[in-house]
Design a protein around this ligand. Structure first.
Ligand code: GLN
Length: 259
């Protein structure tokens, strides 16, 4: 079967692009690192790709607000291309800084550029938090987590601005629409607001959300950092059936292949 072409969008300060590309490669995709300037110059177009991923990092040094400048760049210069990509039903993934970008464009949670309803704020601890966290996978329409509902995944979190926040009405609407895909949890899978299980104080323990269709996903922790067993600190104990991040990328590849 043909490997879907994955656009791994990068810019100044992106630092998880190669490992995100590697994760898609492991999952059967055909990743391409694309600089945002190549899109702006028209050298490359989003229509050449079947999957779009915005990887983690410190785009533009987290200046102003993490992910803000890249979000403004995308919504100012690539608005039509990007909205068209989403509307055509192709999967979009934002990891950590990529999640921050998607939230600041409005693509999450509304799938609509400019409709900004949520934010990711500075962690309650006031510092960068880097540790492995447990996430409970909720039962949602998300195409990236097909077959994973109810599972407890172990991923690495590494961020300074990861506290999900929104107003009561938006929270009620994303809960009702089953758009909360991941919650920070204890190792038993119980969602928690307690630090350090919940590394940032996120509202309703939210670690990741999708759009109403389930094709746009953003999450703070890093699935691309657990696609090989040896990336886990306890890999010698062989307690995992497979690296927890891999099915997320595999699901995206399978979905793109079905399109
Ligand atoms: N790993 C990342 O993508 C970090 C995101 C962002 N720079 C933050 O600290 O919140």
């Amino acid at each position: 079967m043909k490997k879907p072409r994955v656009c791994v969008l990068r810019t100044d300060g992106t630092n998880c692009d190669r490992e995100t590309g590697y994760a898609f490669e492991r999952a059967g995709g055909d990743p391409h690192l694309v600089h945002v300037n190549q899109l702006r110059a028209g050298e490359k177009k989003l229509t050449e790709y079947q999957i779009l991923v915005i990887p983690g990092g410190f785009s533009y040094g987290d200046d102003v607000h993490s992910g803000k400048i890249l979000a403004v760049e995308l919504t100012s210069f690539l608005k039509e291309q990007l909205q068209e990509f989403v509307d055509s039903g192709k999967p979009v993934l934002g990891i950590c800084n990529g999640f921050q970008v998607l939230v600041r464009t409005g693509l999450l949670p509304a799938a609509k550029i400019g409709d900004i309803r949520t934010t990711l704020m500075h962690n309650d601890s006031g510092r960068f938090e880097c540790r492995w966290v447990h996430l409970r996978v909720e039962d949602t329409p998300c195409i990236f987590t097909r077959g994973l509902a109810g599972r407890v995944l172990h991923f690495q979190a590494a961020h300074g601005e990861g506290k999900f926040y929104t107003d009561a009405q938006t929270l009620a609407s994303i809960e009702a629409g089953k758009q909360v895909v991941f919650r920070y949890a204890t190792s038993n899978g119980d969602p928690t607001s307690i630090y350090p299980h919940n590394p940032n104080g996120s509202l309703a323990a939210i670690a990741g959300i999708c759009d109403p269709s389930g094709r746009v996903l953003g999450l703070m922790p890093h699935p691309e950092r657990f696609v090989d067993f040896t990336q886990h600190p306890n890999w010698r104990r062989r307690q995992f059936h497979e690296p927890h991040g891999l099915p997320i990328f595999r699901n995206a590849v399978a979905y793109a292949q079905e399109m």
